[in-house]
Design a protein around this ligand. Sequence first.
Ligand code: ZN
Length: 67
Amino acid sequence: MIKRKVNDMEKEYGMNDVVEMKKQHPCGSRLFRITRLGADIKIKCEQCGRVIMMPRRDFEKRMKSVK
Ligand SMILES: [Zn+2]
């Protein structure tokens, strides 16, 4: 499995990893599962199932930790 390392942070993430974001989803959950890795990252809310897509740079800024 390909793991990506966030620049100047000790964080690695890969497909199907659950990550905690700094900002919570409107449904109240901070946990998301990575469903697509590329120039854009797709994450799926673990609670309500909504999918969010964002540029990798934004994702890395908003991610707090990998579970
Ligand atoms: Zn949600």
